[in-house]
Design a protein around this ligand. Structure first.
Ligand SMILES: Cc1ncc(COP(=O)(O)O)c(C=O)c1O
Length: 367
């Protein structure tokens, strides 16, 4: 057999598989209505101010964008009470995960995370040949921070926690975060991925990570979820200046592009849209919980814009996802996350959630 021209970590890499697009579902099933509830996007769309900002920004797309996203960093830093030097902007938080992996790891160093969390973290680590120690979630589907701390060894460079976690929607509390920072050595970085921060931070007991000003904590946030800009690819990291400086060395010089920077700035300044997005999610979630309770569907209460359903078997989950797809409701099976009997549903608009419930009952009758 011929020898591979790529290293083993790339040969064995399972690339990230995204949820189905609307066009793919239309082509396959021609349903009357489509509700895309698979990828935790903002179903309300985006702030109207974004389009005006893009029209302006498009006038200069022949020039390279600002490599340091200065305007955006200034706006973010002012809102969180830190300096622009404490922030790096990248092409989505997924790119920032890649930047973390290429910046901070040397031979044999490992990252500790859960066995069920955002796949992008696993992919970025594997691309860089970083060893991942996956710690099983607790029985109630939460990060097992005690077991994670126990797993720290001399080669551990980083702990990764998605808070709230994707796909479970569970979170580590203020007390747990305080315990964590008291136990993790200073030279081990703690990555707090707050991709769903905008939906989560008002929840009682959700840790205000930035207020601790920890030297070894890097917080990640994104414009893809609460701000509705998943298509633009803009995310940011917040940390002490020396860590940000290292990350700035390894990021692609001109990420994110100029349109993304302008769109993110406009979105960031529209607090009203964010509030409306939160309301859509909160109302939709409460109605969904009531429906699940009535139908005796098992689910995990979530502080995010999605909810995980638990079925009795993988077969049931496959059947249900497929039948819902044929009805035009796109859901996400989370077998690739390590839970083959679970399905994740993004909270959508009222009409989308009605479509979900109608289709759910129809599929239930066929089961
Ligand atoms: C926990 C978590 N982190 C990061 C991301 C990636 O976000 P972005 O669009 O900013 O790359 C996601 C996307 O689903 C996520 O769930």
């Amino acid at each position: 057999m011929s020898k591979s021209i790529v290293p083993a970590n790339i040969e064995q890499l399972k690339p990230y598989v995204a949820g189905k697009t609307i066009a793919e579902v239309v082509e396959a099933y021609q349903p009357e209505q489509i509700s895309k509830l698979a990828s935790n996007e903002n179903r309300l769309g985006h702030s109207s101010s974004v389009e005006k900002a893009i029209q302006e920004a498009v006038k200069v797309i022949h020039d390279y964008p600002d490599p340091l996203s200065k305007k955006l960093r200034k706006a973010i830093s002012e809102s969180i009470g830190l300096l622009p030097e404490n922030i790096i902007v990248g092409s989505g938080s997924e790119s920032l995960l890649g930047i973390l992996c290429k910046t901070f790891f040397q031979n044999k160093q490992n990252i500790i995370t859960a066995d069920v969390t955002f796949i992008g973290m696993y992919v970025q680590a594997q691309i860089r040949g970083v060893k991942i120690k996956k710690i099983p979630l607790t029985k109630d589907y939460r990060f097992d921070i005690k077991a994670m701390v126990n797993a720290i060894d001399e080669h551990t460079r980083m702990l990764y926690i998605a808070n709230p976690n994707n796909p479970t929607g569970t979170y580590i509390t203020k007390e747990e975060f305080e315990w964590l920072i008291s136990k993790v050595p200073e030279d081990v970085l703690i990555i707090m991925d707050e991709a769903y921060y905008e939906f989560a931070h008002q929840v009682n007991n959700y840790p205000d990570v930035l207020s601790y000003k920890q030297n070894n904590v890097i917080t990640l946030r994104t414009f893809s979820k609460g701000y509705g800009l998943a298509g633009f690819r803009v995310g940011y990291a917040i940390a002490k200046k020396s860590l940000i400086d290292y990350m700035l060395k390894t990021k692609l010089a001109f990420e994110p592009g100029g349109l993304g920077q302008a769109a993110a700035l406009a979105a960031f300044q529209d607090r009203e849209f964010l509030e409306q997005s939160r309301e859509v999610v909160e109302t939709g979630k409460q109605e969904l919980y009531s429906f699940f309770d009535e139908q005796k569907v098992k689910y995990i209460p979530s502080i995010s814009n999605f909810v995980m359903m638990i079925f009795d078997s993988e077969e049931e989950a496959i059947f249900f996802t497929q039948k819902m797809l044929e009805e035009g409701v796109i859901l996400r099976r989370i077998n690739a996350f390590g839970l083959p009997n679970c399905i994740r549903v993004t909270i959508g608009l009222k009409k989308e959630m009605e479509h979900f419930r109608r289709s759910f009952l129809k599929v239930l009758n066929q089961a």
